[in-house]
Design a protein. Structure first.
Length: 596
């Protein structure tokens, strides 16, 4: 019995000691630095809620798949990094989460660059692999107005198998990508970027695209663009976006872009360099914004299918000279240049070869598919445009615009395309392309959809092994439909809206983050009602003084901050727009909905 007692005591002691090593709450920069120095695989370093000013997190440590090193916030959204704060991560299996970067000041800058907010390498250029940034917000973390043309990339990726997810990136002003996957070597990196919210970028200069390098995401660079990245960008929302012609800039091979939604934007998803990329199941709602397009294509062997593109407008602003840009359309296959076989001119416009433009839906665009945009001379080779659906806004709108005729040795192929209104120029190999007067699509609250009796039903021609599902995730039938949607296929993958931020995407969009028992408001005996609220206020009841109440929108912005020195109190919410919010009380948090 005595031996058993000692054994039990030893186990408890070891467990207590282990927990002390692996989990630590820090409240000062000195304590944070010490915790980083002492971190080992499995360590969790938790930053205490509050404002952290001029904080530099620099870590080079080795975690494992089963025991990563975690740097996180005491409460997701409760830690604010301000001033000149940034993060450098080197090593393996390091996770960063729960932090909000805001109110920058005196950022570390050279003569023409500013140090990134988050860098996947440490101060000695040791890269990070199998590392993850999730559930963070970077909010208007910009240099001064005088530094607007400095290159300031918010996140720079190095290493392999890294991930950026469930985060919000808001209010970028100034040259530099939000996320830059640097790819300084030809080694595949397998980056994942998903369930993020990119919003409210404003352009530098007098008009959109006056300055380059104002994209949201760049995968690769010119010098390594002919090598494979195998990266995936999916389930992201881009909203209210104006920077340059490239919102996403692909500069590497074998990448996938899918299930993304673009709203109220200028620019396009651009395959600028690289080959063998897939672009599918994306929604584009340009809302007729100037200088907007869908997908811009250069390079070889790209597959572009199941995309929905609505309201793009190639017109340039008066400040940019007016007129229309031939570099933009629903899908624009850009004219190429002659390139040498040894890979010179890597920064040039490589000729489009072997593109598949299949089962896309175009609605109310000034141009649908454009062939030969830009100022170069080589048209796309072996181009197939099949089973696309066009609902054009006017009788003179161009569903298919041949800016450059096909190469005589490689005619364009048009098969099974259907348009309602508008014009098209179909030369080369053409089969079963038809025009209908009505009934092709119908407007719904989400987007224009296929309806019973539509000419698109069962009208697709040819077999494409990758077309097993439609844009909504519904199963395609053996005799499948033209366009992005299969009629009555039962899919539910609808386009993202701003109200999805904090629910399924963006900061706090990972639902499990608000289901941790120790941090839930319910476990603290706090009642919040009504929820949803349709009135002017919400009522809070607690078994002790309520204390500080913070309300955040789902992008991580603090909207309301109030002290309630009572067990019952009210918060006025009549000024809040309809949507989902997060309320924090006594270290706990939960969502509530405003439906005024």
């Amino acid at each position: 019995m005595k031996r058993k007692y000692h054994t039990f005591f030893l186990i408890v002691l070891m467990s207590t000691y282990s927990n002390a090593i692996f989990s630590q709450l820090v409240s000062t920069k000195a304590a944070l630095a010490t915790a980083i120095t002492n971190a080992t695989a499995g360590s969790t370093i938790t930053l205490a809620d509050g404002i952290w000013t001029d904080t530099y997190i620099n870590i080079k440590k080795t975690g494992t798949a089963t025991n990563p090193i975690n740097i996180t916030a005491q409460t997701p959204g409760g830690v604010f990094l301000e001033g000149n704060s940034r993060v450098s991560m080197g090593g393996t299996y390091i996770n960063l989460s729960g932090l909000i970067f805001r109110r920058p000041k005196n950022l570390t800058a050279g003569s023409s660059t500013i140090s990134p907010v988050i860098e996947f390498q440490d101060s000695k250029s040791n890269s990070c692999s199998n590392c993850k940034v999730s559930n963070i917000t970077i909010d208007s973390y910009n240099g001064t107005f005088e530094q607007a043309t400095y290159v300031f990339k918010w996140i720079i990726l190095y290493g392999q198998y890294n991930e950026i997810s469930y985060s919000s990136f808001l209010g970028k002003y100034g040259v530099g990508s939000i996320i830059n996957n640097n790819r300084n070597s030809n080694i595949p990196d397998y980056t994942l970027i998903h369930h993020n919210y990119f919003a409210d970028r404003t352009f530098v200069g007098n008009y959109v695209d006056e300055y380059n390098d104002q994209d949201a995401i760049r995968i690769g660079n010119s010098s390594t663009s002919m090598s494979s990245s195998y990266s995936q960008v999916y389930d992201n929302l881009f909203n209210n976006w104006q920077g340059e012609i490239e919102i996403i800039s692909n500069k590497s091979c074998d990448n996938k872009y899918y299930n993304n939604t673009f709203r109220d934007y200028s620019g396009s998803l651009t395959l600028r360099h690289g080959n063998n990329c897939d672009v599918y199941n994306n929604y584009f709602f340009a809302n007729n914004q100037l200088f907007s397009g869908g997908i811009r294509v250069l390079g070889e062997n790209h597959r572009i299918y199941n995309n929905y593109i609505e309201g793009v407008n190639s017109t340039k602003s008066a400040a940019a000279g007016g007129g229309t840009s031939t570099n933009l359309g629903g899908i624009d296959l850009i004219a190429g240049i002659i390139t040498s076989v040894n890979g010179n001119n890597l920064s040039g416009y490589y000729q489009v070869k072997n593109p598949l433009i299949v089962n896309n839906t175009f609605v109310n665009n000034d141009f649908g598919i454009r062939l030969g945009g830009g100022s170069n001379t080589l048209p796309a080779l072996n181009m197939i445009a099949a089973n696309n659906v066009f609902l054009m806004p006017t009788s003179s709108s161009k569903a298919i615009d041949q800016i450059l005729p096909a190469d005589p040795t490689s005619p364009y192929i048009f098969t099974g395309n259907i348009k309602q209104s508008g014009t098209w120029v179909l030369t080369g190999n053409t089969t079963n392309n038809i025009t209908v007067n009505s009934g092709l699509l119908t407007p719904t609250t989400e987007f224009y959809r296929i309806i019973a009796g539509s000419a698109a039903i069962g009208a697709a021609i040819g077999s494409y092994h990758f077309l097993t599902k439609d844009i909504l995730g519904g199963i395609r039938k053996p005799l499948y439909d033209a366009g992005a949607e299969e009629f009555a296929a039962g899919g539910s993958k609808f386009p993202f809206k701003v109200t999805d931020v904090g629910v399924t995407i963006g900061f706090l969009g990972n639902n499990t983050i608000l289901e941790v028992k120790d941090n839930s408001i319910n476990s603290k005996g706090i009642i919040i009602y009504p929820n949803p609220t349709k009135g002017e206020s919400i009522t809070i009841i607690s078994d002790k003084n309520i204390g500080n109440v913070s309300i955040y929108d789902t992008s991580g912005r603090l909207i309301i901050n109030k002290e309630i020195n009572n067990k019952k109190g009210q918060i006025e919410v009549s000024n809040l727009v309809n949507g989902v919010y997060v309320i924090k009380i006594q270290g706990g948090y939960r969502r509530f909905i405003v439906e005024n």
